[in-house]
Design a protein around this ligand. Structure first.
Ligand code: ZN
Length: 429
């Protein structure tokens, strides 16, 4: 395989920015370059320096004046909900019962799943998202379709067959035993094949019996390297119903803890309405609160309490939550996250947002050795961003003087149109 050198402005994060001017948290090269060999980044830095390391015959692709970053990472998204996005509902539970639980039944059909796996990854890549942690449907075949297509495209994807054995239509439920068996079969068939990662995926406490959460806990113990994903404290009516179903639990978070699911591998979608005890338990376990801003605004679920999450030292991530979310774009997602904090009287600096969408989300998934940065040794999942993607952005850019201003403009006004190119394991897609 020939080597490839990408030239452009490069930005990669080293650590979580502690302030809006924390220049030590990232590496930025005005005339930078990345050398790619066998799907990995083998050198990064100034063009002058990296060019001396390029073997003879290296293909050079000049992306100046655009910005090269690690591909965006979306750590909470639903693969079977492409046709649920933009469904008119008063709240979470109405939205689930009226639209989502109807739509997901269609994924019992293998050809439907296969078609949507293609459409799903097309859409992610068009928006610059090179890794996602996705919920498939309850059907094992939906996970098979998801992973087969991810492997065909050599994508690093996390996914899981949803476990749900109550409070949903008959056609959309498994049992504690079949959910366990099917998840095991998906792990054996797909985990570690290509760049695939399987996640244990109980949808949420409302749709799982205690027996099923017990089975999910068993899977977690048997496969300690696997991520676990579920939903937590998204909406007040959801919380009240959940606590009725699990009266012995101290609170919603305690339900997952009781079944051995509150671990460092756990991704907790939403995590909006949490008591101090819950924040402390999540921080102590090292579980991740996954903020889904467009979804929280669209469904009117609540305003994520970033200040308390930070104060309690809870690990966090940021995600789209399509189809509750309204955009596949991490740029649109960062914009809405910023606005939620504005409403809460908090600040969210652009460099912290871009850190979160790349390295921060990679850390949340435990995958920072592979993705989320432009460091040598990383997989070459790279996006090329344009802050002048629309006429209005171009006009506004005339007054922009700093990288921070450019990033903020792009998250405020940008979307998939700002993504000029995407590389997956070093190959343009
Ligand atoms: Zn979700």
């Amino acid at each position: 395989m020939t080597a490839r050198l990408l030239r452009g402005r490069t930005l990669s994060f080293k650590s979580r920015p502690q302030a809006r001017d924390d220049h030590a948290s990232y590496i930025y090269e005005e005339d930078g370059a990345l050398l790619i060999e066998n799907g990995r980044i083998t050198a990064a830095g100034s063009y002058a320096n990296v060019n001396t390391k390029a073997p003879i015959g290296t293909e050079v692709i000049d992306h100046r004046p655009y910005l090269l970053m690690a591909g965006f990472i979306d750590p909470h998204i639903h693969f079977p909900q492409m046709q649920v996005t933009a469904s008119y509902a008063a709240n979470l539970l109405e939205w689930l019962n009226t639209y989502t639980f109807v739509e997901e039944q269609r994924f019992a059909d293998a050809s439907h799943s296969a078609r949507f796996a293609m459409l799903f990854f097309d859409e992610l890549l068009r928006h610059g998202t090179t890794t996602a942690a996705a919920y498939c449907s309850v059907h094992k075949g939906s996970a098979d379709a998801f992973f087969a297509e991810a492997q065909r495209r050599n994508l690093l994807m996390v996914g899981g067959k949803v476990m749900m054995d109550r409070n949903a239509p008959e056609a959309l439920t498994d049992t504690a035993q079949s959910g366990y068996d099917d998840t095991r079969a998906v792990i054996e068939a797909w985990h570690g094949k290509g760049r695939n990662h399987v996640a244990i995926t109980p949808r949420f406490a409302i749709t799982s019996t205690p027996e099923q959460l017990e089975a999910a806990g068993t899977l977690a113990r048997e496969n300690p390297e696997l991520l676990i994903q579920t939903h937590l404290s998204e909406n007040n009516a959801e919380i009240a119903y959940t606590l009725e179903l699990y009266p012995e639990a101290k609170d919603y978070t305690d339900i997952y803890a009781r079944y051995g699911l509150l671990t460092r591998k756990m991704l907790l979608g939403h995590a909006i309405h949490l008591a101090d005890r819950e924040m402390e338990a999540i921080a102590e376990a090292g579980s991740v609160a996954v903020h889904c801003p467009t979804s929280n605004l669209f469904l009117g679920s609540g305003l994520f309490d970033l200040k308390r999450i930070r104060e309690h030292g809870v690990r966090m991530a940021i995600a789209t939550d399509i189809g509750g979310g309204s955009s596949y774009s991490l740029l649109r997602t960062l914009d809405e996250a910023y606005k939620i904090q504005q409403l809460r009287g908090n600040r969210l600096a652009p460099i912290e947002s871009y850190w979160q969408a790349t390295r921060g989300n990679a850390e949340a998934l435990g995958l920072v050795e592979r993705i989320g940065t432009l460091e040598p040794g990383s997989d070459a999942d790279i996006i090329v961003l344009d802050a002048c993607a629309t006429p209005a952005m171009k006009i506004r850019m005339e007054t922009v003087q700093t990288l921070e201003e450019e990033l903020f403009l792009m998250q405020t006004m940008g979307d998939d149109r700002s993504v000029r190119a995407v590389y997956v394991a070093g190959e343009a897609v």
